[in-house]
Write a protein that binds this ligand. Structure first.
Ligand code: HQG
Length: 179
C-alpha cells in the first residue's frame, strides 16, 4: 500500500472535493469512514483499502493531517470547499510564523495574509515548519513573524489546526513583525 498516495487522495476528498466521493460532511469536516471506504473501493487502485490502512496512513505520516474518531475521519486543516468548516477557537501562542514566497510579499504587505483558495490562513507553530511550508513555493522562502498575541487581543480569531498548524480568518499586515 502506498500510504503517501493514499493520504494525498484522502486529503483531496476531505479538503477539496467531498462531492466527488459522495461524502456527507458534518460541520467540523467529519465524514463516515464507511462512506469514504466505499467510495475508494470504486477504483481498482484503492479497492483493497481497509480502515486499518487509514489508521496506518495517519500513523506513518510525518504531519498530522487527518484524524479518525467515532467511526468518522476528517482533515485538520487545508479545506477549500464552500461550506466553512467549524474550527475550535483558541488563544494562540504569542508568536506564530508563516512561510511564503518572496514574490507574494508586496501583496501581503498591502493586504495582509489572506486565505486565498483555502478557508483559513495557515500559520506555523515554529520556524522549521514555516520553512517547509514556504519551500513549496520558493527555494529561499520568506519567513514572516506574526504577533499573534496582539492580533488575538485586538479580536482577530485564531483556531487550532494541529500542534504545528494554527488557522486564522486573516492577518492584517500590522501584525507582521519582521520580514
Ligand atoms: C499566500 C500544506 C499574495 C500565502 C502546508 C501562501 C500548510 C498571499 C499562498 C498548508 C496573500 C496560499 C497551507 C496575499 C497569503 N497576497 N499572496 N495577500 N496572503 N498569500 O497552499 O499556507 O502538506 O493555500 O503566503 O504545509 O502555503 O498539504 O497556503 O503562500 O500547512 O498538509 O498565498 O498546506 O499542508 O497557499 O499552506 P496555500 P499555505 P499539507
Amino acid at each position: 500500500m502506498n500510504y503517501s498516495e493514499l493520504s494525498k487522495e484522502v486529503s483531496y476528498a476531505l479538503r477539496h472535493a467531498p462531492w466527488e466521493y459522495e461524502l456527507e460532511m458534518d460541520e467540523s469536516g467529519g465524514v463516515p469512514l464507511e462512506q469514504l471506504l466505499f467510495s475508494l473501493h470504486q477504483t481498482s487502485k484503492w479497492e483493497d483499502v481497509a480502515k486499518e490502512d487509514l489508521i496506518e496512513m495517519i500513523e506513518r505520516s510525518e504531519k498530522k493531517r487527518h484524524e479518525i474518531y467515532d467511526d468518522k475521519i476528517r482533515a485538520f486543516y487545508g479545506h477549500s470547499i464552500p461550506m466553512k468548516i467549524v474550527k475550535e477557537e483558541k488563544m494562540p501562542p504569542n508568536i506564530l510564523y508563516h512561510g511564503t514566497a518572496r514574490r507574494f510579499m508586496d501583496s501581503i504587505s498591502e493586504k495582509g495574509l489572506l486565505p486565498r483558495s483555502r478557508q483559513y490562513v495557515h500559520l506555523s507553530q515554529d520556524i522549521a515548519t514555516a520553512e517547509i511550508v514556504g519551500k513549496r513555493r520558493d527555494n529561499n522562502p520568506q519567513i514572516l513573524v506574526i504577533d499573534s498575541l496582539s492580533a488575538w487581543n485586538d479580536g482577530i480569531k485564531f483556531y487550532y489546526g494541529n500542534e504545528k498548524v494554527w488557522l486564522a480568518d486573516m492577518v492584517p499586515s500590522k501584525y507582521i513583525l519582521e520580514r
